[in-house]
Design a protein around this ligand. Structure first.
Ligand SMILES: O=P(O)(O)OC[C@H]1O[C@](O)(CO)[C@@H](O)[C@@H]1O
Length: 487
């Protein structure tokens, strides 16, 4: 029997108003619609269904290589168990299994993870949980495969790949080391105006080097040839001028004003929330070096991850590896003596900064969670307070950008300040800059014509959001200097 509902009011086409108001936002009710793995034609789907299993498969191959070189029985058996756990994780991913709590493996972030799972993701699986959380969760589960072991607690399944890509970046590495080996100083006899202009130009170019250094992301370079990597890393001047037009949201001029202002106050503190190890980290350090030498900053703090994360993210081991291989390594067999010496001297200078406390490396547990940075204020108040004391916090890369913007489908014309919510609006929020080559769906900060631009690119260049060809450098003024408050 079917009912005829002819006397009821007609159905209304309700439009949801975005962004949702901050008090109603949680991971299941994001400010704009979230990306999820089950959106079949999305990059989220491609990542959850294809990229992550491939990444995991390669990670298992890496462990097998290590296993084949191990001779002690206890260690061999222990490592075999790590592989079994990785196989189980691969199965779970494949079967779209439900997200279970993280085992208490002694890591500092277990409570943060399990609280979030219990509050928002009970019964959710790898595909229907928001993409950002599901993807981060996979890396936490991968960590667990090793953190519960006896001998392989600190094993990094991505370490070999990270080292290899840096070792294959010789052209770009020496291009920079031979230019920056000597401490920065002005040409003789320049007037003050000319000095400032020279610094501005250098700052602009180095900002682009730091930005495009983010193109080299291992999780996306799985099938790239050496030539393709080299062309991505090209740091020649002409190339930089051409690439500036690909920075679709470009606040670099404002950024220069900010750092100039910092110097007027005897040099500020700049924080880098790092992304990838190897070449990108090297570019970040070249940039940070210039900030110190030009007096724009007197202190730089680098924030890395506590364990292997999204394939190529920087850990303390990667940080040490970079500096030590620059100073002592033999990575570049075909390099000239002059090139090797330039790299060694650059590395020595950076180590010196560390000893003098001008450069500080930090690793807060919050960076390896599934929370977005809208939650940084509530879930990591100590970290928020710490960052609020910085003059400028630079977030590198795509993942950090996704976390800043809650990884959801905000229109491209959305102002960056609006898209990052409390990281701009909370009292005491620091100045924030996102330097990101666009490698996933969320794109904001393109200005008032941003929606049209986005639509046009979608038609003309499908895939423009994941190619890494385009970028943004976006700045939020925040509310620096105001007293930080927690409810
Ligand atoms: O190294 P980045 O710039 O954070 O890029 C990470 C990549 O991995 C992703 O998380 C997708 O797996 C995207 O954010 C991006 O494609």
């Amino acid at each position: 029997m079917s009912l005829t509902l002819s006397h009821l009011p007609s159905k209304k086409d309700i439009k949801v108003v975005y962004p949702r108001s901050p008090s109603t936002i949680d991971p299941n009710n994001p400010p704009w619609p979230a990306f999820r793995g089950y959106h079949t034609y999305s990059f989220a789907y491609a990542t959850m269904g294809h990229r992550l299993p491939t990444i995991l498969g390669k990670a298992i191959d890496d462990v097998i290589e290590t296993l084949n070189q191990e001779s002690e029985e206890e260690k061999v058996v222990d490592l075999v168990q790590c592989i079994e756990r990785m196989d189980k994780l691969k199965e779970d991913l494949h079967a779209h299994a439900r997200l279970r709590p993280i085992i208490d493996d002694g890591e500092a972030d277990v409570a943060l993870w399990n609280k979030e799972i219990a509050k928002y993701f009970q019964g959710k699986d790898f595909m229907n949980a928001p993409w950002l959380f599901a993807e981060a969760y996979k890396y936490r589960r991968l960590r667990e495969c090793f953190s519960v072991s006896k001998y392989w607690h600190h094993y990094d399944v991505f370490f070999r790949q990270k080292c290899d890509t840096f070792a294959r970046s010789n052209d770009a590495v020496f291009e920079l080391s031979t230019r920056f080996v000597e401490p920065f100083k002005h040409q003789e006899g320049l007037a003050d105006d000319a000095k400032l202009e020279a610094e501005r130009l250098m700052f602009m170019e180095l900002t682009q080097i730091c930005l495009w250094g983010n193109s080299t992301d291992l999780s996306l370079l799985i099938n790239m040839t050496e030539e393709q990597i080299k062309s991505l890393q090209s740091t020649g001047g002409e190339n930089l001028a051409a690439t500036e037009k690909n920075i679709l949201g470009n606040h670099m001029a404002r950024l220069w004003e900010v750092v100039k202002e910092m110097r007027n106050k005897t040099g500020g503190r700049v924080d880098f929330v790092l992304d990838n190890a190897g070449f990108e980290l090297y570019c970040d350090c070249v940039y940070a070096d210039f900030l110190i030498q030009s007096g724009l900053a007197k202190e730089v703090r680098f924030h890395g991850k506590r364990y292997p994360w999204f394939v190529s993210d920087v850990t303390k081991k990667d940080w040490n590896w970079l500096l030590n291989s620059m100073v002592y390594g033999h990575l570049f067999r075909n390099a000239s003596d002059q090139e090797v010496e330039s790299l060694r001297r650059l590395g020595l200078r950076w180590k010196q900064y560390e000893q003098e406390g001008k450069w500080v490396y930090e690793q807060h547990p919050f960076w390896c969670t599934g929370y977005t940075f809208w939650d940084l204020h509530n879930e990591a108040p100590d970290l928020f307070l710490h960052l609020s004391r910085s003059d400028l916090v630079i977030f590198k890369g795509d993942l950090n950008h996704r976390k800043l913007t809650y990884d959801c489908a905000a229109p491209s014309s959305t102002e960056f300040e609006v898209a990052i919510g409390p990281m701009a609006s909370a009292a005491g929020a620091p100045r924030v800059c996102s330097m990101r080559t666009i490698k996933s769906d969320v794109v904001v900060g393109l200005g008032s014509d941003g929606d049209e631009l986005s639509e046009r690119l979608e038609k003309e260049e499908p895939g423009w959001k994941i190619s890494g060809k385009y970028a943004v450098v976006l700045l939020s003024e925040g509310r620096p200097g105001e007293k930080v408050r927690f409810a």
